[in-house]
Design a binder for this molecule. Structure first.
Ligand SMILES: Cc1cc2nc3c(=O)[nH]c(=O)nc-3n(C[C@H](O)[C@H](O)[C@H](O)COP(=O)(O)OP(=O)(O)OC[C@H]3O[C@@H](n4cnc5c(N)ncnc54)[C@H](O)[C@@H]3O)c2cc1C
Ligand SMILES: NC(=O)c1ccc[n+]([C@@H]2O[C@H](COP(=O)([O-])OP(=O)(O)OC[C@H]3O[C@@H](n4cnc5c(N)ncnc54)[C@H](O)[C@@H]3O)[C@@H](O)[C@H]2O)c1
Length: 453
């Protein structure tokens, strides 16, 4: 088998892998990108983008629900689920081809296939051997396998995004982002939704008060939420599925058409033969240093969802890809800085957050001001008949810097980016208060969210 040589061989053509190509191609390095499935990876093909098409339909149903508040009479909405899925698929169908063209313009050689290590600097794909001065693992993540009897009955978010039949009922094992985002859409579309979460709190890494707001709104929609449960087994039940779980030692059962694995995602690194590459790893996590480089093989970098220590988010995958690309070009000197990276749970309305939670803020020992507002009575929320409008902003009293911001409500997924900017570029609470905002907008409420100076 002839060996081909490249400066950089990237395994995975998602946000992370594509992120690597910018800096290395600008430096004139030769790049091979191996992609096993669709170029673009999870976010545009099986994640953020198609999911948001469904969320947009959920938003429309939410608006219709409140039509009466605006004195608009509408009949009962009827969602054509199959047509919605077709719309979703139609919107994303050209993405892999467009990205292939973009990579070709960038003079990246895209190779279809599944890459595996054969040595510390060589990857096999099909019948080709690609030798790289650097190898990048950008292979993303996959749903966490659950050691529950009957786990094979569960479907994944990939399955949900292509299912043209709206189930009458569904159960999510895990109460994280996937359960809440899809749960809101399905509940609004008319399905009975149950969430079974192992920990005492849904979305366990997010601010407890913000999650309580979202939980209340989710229950208002009719979603049944059980936290602190132990899912014991899943079994067939006459064309449906039965999930047996315990809560406080008492056994319960829930029955639904579909059971979804919403229990998190793990790095997609099985099958890469990391041992052949000399890439140290344990429990599905590659050992990396602060430059996103393998601790045992300095030729190898890791970025995106395959990184064991950073949030599995699309902009973070792109950002880490860029860091890796710059480290390949200039030598390992760039370290990721995740401060100011905003995130949203795209329920309707969304929960959006940036920075640290109130619990973490108190744990740091900082002297803080915590500004909490239920804004449903504020003119901005009342005019739109919002069902929830809530904010918490945590400010360091000494430096006046924003430590964290947490919102649940309309506009929150946009508002949060202002607070991301503030955290990243040390814009103080007073400066945010002093700014003149367009009025009437949700951003104009920032002054009041921070308390009048
Ligand atoms: C349902 C869902 C919704 C989401 N919504 C959001 C959202 O709204 N906002 C957000 O920020 N994030 C969201 N995410 C997370 C986001 O999609 C990921 O963080 C992001 O796509 C990770 O990018 P990546 O490049 O690391 O991995 P991926 O995009 O998964 O790319 C990895 C690629 O590697 C390929 N591959 C794997 N193994 C090999 C191999 N051995 N050889 C060659 N190729 C290989 C795969 O085929 C894949 O294309 C969502 C995720 C899911 C599942
Ligand atoms: N809006 C977004 O940015 C977005 C949307 C969807 C997915 N994603 C990404 O995809 C990843 C996967 O999403 P997810 O919702 O599956 O994961 P998640 O990490 O958000 O939530 C998983 C939940 O499952 C619980 N859990 C784990 N094992 C369990 C068990 N055996 N029984 C019951 N509960 C259990 C966890 O405690 C946790 O609350 C997320 O980490 C997220 O970064 C992001």
């Amino acid at each position: 088998m002839a060996r081909e040589t490249f400066d950089v061989v990237i395994m995975g053509g998602g946000n992370a892998g594509i992120g690597v190509t910018g800096p290395v191609r600008r430096a004139g390095q030769s790049v091979a990108m191996i992609e096993a499935s669709d170029l673009g990876g999870t976010c545009p093909n099986r994640g953020c983008t198609p999911k948001k098409v469904q969320v947009a339909a959920g938003q429309a149903l939410h608006d219709i629900e409140r039509a009466e508040a605006h004195h608009i009479a509408v009949g009962r909405p009827r969602l054509d689920w199959a047509a919605l899925i077709d719309r979703e698929k139609d919107m994303i169908k050209d993405i892999p081809a467009n990205l292939t063209r973009a990579m070709t313009r960038r003079e990246v050689e895209v190779i279809k296939g599944f890459g595996t290590f054969v040595s510390s600097n060589t990857i096999r794909v099909g019948d080709r051997l690609l030798e790289g001065r650097h190898i990048v693992i950008a292979t993303g993540s996959r749903p966490r396998p659950l050691p529950i009897p009957g786990a094979e009955h569960m479907i994944t978010s990939d399955d949900m995004l292509r299912d043209r039949v709206l189930p009458t009922s569904m159960i999510f094992v895990g109460g994280g982002v996937i359960a809440l985002e899809f749960g809101h859409v399905y509940a609004r579309a008319g399905a009975a939704v149950t969430i079974l979460e192992a920990l005492p709190q849904l979305l366990p890494t997010m601010d407890a008060d913000a999650v309580a707001q979202l939980r209340a709104e989710s229950e208002r929609l009719g979603i049944k939420i059980n936290t602190g449960v132990d899912v014991r087994r899943i079994e067939a039940a006459g064309g449906q599925l039965r999930v047996i779980f315990t809560h406080d030692g008492v056994e319960h059962a829930a029955v639904a058409d579909r059971v979804v694995n919403g229990a998190g995602r793990v790095a997609n690194i099985d099958g890469l033969d990391l041992a052949a590459g000399g890439v140290e790893h344990a429990n599905g996590r590659i050992a990396i240093d602060q430059y996103l480089r393998s601790r045992s093989n300095p030729l190898v970098y890791v970025c995106g969802d395959a990184v064991p220590i950073s949030p599995q988010l699309s902009p973070i995958a792109t950002y880490e890809g860029d860091i890796v690309g710059r480290n390949i070009v200039a030598g390992a000197k760039h370290r990721p800085d995740y401060a100011g990276m905003a995130t949203s749970v795209y329920t309707v309305p969304a929960l959006a957050a940036v920075g640290i939670t109130e619990t973490t803020a108190w744990q740091t020992g900082a002297t803080i001001d915590v500004h909490v507002n239920d804004m449903r009575d504020w003119f901005s929320a009342r005019s739109y008949a919002e069902t929830v409008a809530w904010s918490k902003v945590i400010v360091d009293r000494v430096s006046d810097c924003i430590l964290g911001a947490h919102f649940v409500g309309h506009g929150s997924q946009e508002l949060i980016n202002i607070f991301g900017l503030a955290i990243k570029f040390s814009i103080t609470a007073s400066q945010l208060r002093d700014n003149v905002y367009a009025y009437p907008t949700f951003s104009a409420d920032i002054k009041h969210m921070l308390g009048r100076a």
